[in-house]
Ligand binder design. Structure first.
Ligand SMILES: [Zn+2]
Ligand SMILES: [Zn+2]
Length: 422
């Protein structure tokens, strides 16, 4: 064999291998994750390159395009009112291929999960609250202030239900939440871009049945009542581009979800801690455990019954501590009444949804993440709006101006400024 023909043979083999790899990876796009291992297992081992990267079966935030017809849902909180390192409380980030992003619930501990997704905060300006338990809106203050500080240069838009009295409604809760933040917000005057530190509240009637509460950019969101703790909680449906996403919030199984969540592509419904675990691990009395886990909330057996009736393409269970020693009890309960597609949610679970496919993966996050660069130029703050220290407090400053001055000198030189110390 001549040198030339050896070279040609090697070249053809390499090109064939590359085409194979590309086709292979393309072929995986949008397929359920389980197919990946089957697909690879079916391949001849010699077709896997020892030096070329293969498709990886996790979601890395800020590394994957969203197709124009695709939804991506990320669990940013799946646990209980007592947030823990592994699970924040209820929070679901839904991204659409048209660029819209929606947050359903923002429970305690969820703001850091949202941060891990590396999405500019100007895009995270729409929050839908299922009800006003802190495990469903306890991190609203963190998203409100932290988001404004990191580049949301407009009000945070919040949709939430009315209550049976004005004091039990979303408008009252947010007006008073902002009042509770008076010291925080006053202290930022004249220092940061002020435009993000406002709520735009859309309170809607909790008794509305499949009532449209949002309609923009081809997206329609409807609400219907839920049955939980007091009058007020609701469930949501979001429809866009022929896809339907439903989020039950907290509820005892109810007729409205049964009717309006039917045929959802993806349906999230609570599925509470089992009664034996409520007694053994949470320390509840048997009476208290029965009441909370089966009457105020939905037991795994009842969750299965709900899903058997509405038949989603993917059922998502949440609102339990999802551990090695609790999952079997939840799954056994659900499987007594439902044998369809199921995800037992934990934080950072990711669903990519198209008309043809639902792919389920886990996100792998960067714990050292910084907020993304703002999508719009910040407004330069007006120093005249600053609220000064009292003479007594201002008089307590140590003199460190001599060591700060070199910092000013360096920055002024680098950026062509002439900033002076206060
Ligand atoms: Zn609740
Ligand atoms: Zn809850």
């Amino acid at each position: 064999m001549t040198k030339k023909s050896v070279f040609t043979g090697v070249f053809i083999t390499l090109v064939a291998a590359m085409i194979y790899q590309w086709g292979h990876i393309d072929g995986l796009a949008g397929k359920p994750s389980v197919l990946i291992s089957e697909s690879i297992a079916a391949d001849s081992p010699t077709k896997i390159s020892p030096v070329k990267a293969r498709a990886r079966d996790f979601y890395a935030p800020n590394s994957e395009d969203l197709a124009p017809d695709e939804m991506r849902l990320i669990a940013c909180g799946t646990g209980m009112p007592t947030a823990r390192p592994k699970q924040a409380a209820s929070c679901w980030l839904l991204e659409l291929g048209n660029g819209d992003k929606f947050i359903f619930d923002v429970g305690t501990g969820s703001a850091e999960r949202i941060a891990a997704m590396q999405i500019p905060y100007n895009y995270l300006d729409k929050v839908f609250l299922s009800h006003l338990h802190t495990d469903h809106f306890g991190d609203l203050d963190a998203l409100f202030v932290g988001g404004a500080l990191a580049g949301r240069q407009k009000p945070l838009r919040v949709w939430g239900p009315s209550g049976d009295t004005p004091e039990r409604g979303t408008k009252y809760a947010l007006e008073h939440l902002r009042k509770a933040l008076t010291w925080d917000l006053d202290g930022r005057l004249g220092i940061t871009d002020p435009r993000g530190y406002h709520f735009e509240v859309h309170e809607f009637d909790y008794k509305g049945i499949n009532a449209v509460i949002y309609q923009e950019n081809g997206v329609t969101i409807r609400s219907y009542p839920a049955i939980h703790a007091l009058d007020g909680p609701v469930s949501f449906s979001l429809e866009w581009n022929g896809l339907k996403f439903v989020f039950g919030g907290d509820t005892y199984p109810n007729k409205w979800f049964d009717e309006h969540a039917k045929n959802a592509d993806l349906a999230i419904h609570e599925c509470f801690v089992t009664v034996p675990d409520m007694i053994a691990k949470f320390g509840f009395t048997p009476q208290g455990a029965l009441s909370v886990a089966t009457q105020v909330h939905t037991s795994p057996e009842a969750f299965g019954k709900v899903m058997s009736r509405i038949k989603p393409r993917m059922a998502v269970a949440y609102h339990f501590y999802n551990d090695f020693d609790t999952t079997a009890g939840i799954l056994n309960g659900v499987r007594t009444t439902y044998d369809g597609p199921l995800s037992l949610a934990e934080d950072y679970m990711v669903w990519n949804i198209t008309k043809d496919d639902i792919r389920v993966r886990m996100a792998r996050i960067d714990e050292d993440v910084w907020p993304p660069v703002a999508t719009e130029k910040p407004q330069v703050p007006d120093p005249s709006t600053r609220i000064p220290y009292s003479d007594m407090i201002a008089g307590g400053k140590l003199d460190v101006q001599d060591v700060i001055q070199p910092v000013y000198d360096e920055i002024n030189k680098k950026y062509g400024l002439n900033e002076k110390q206060d």
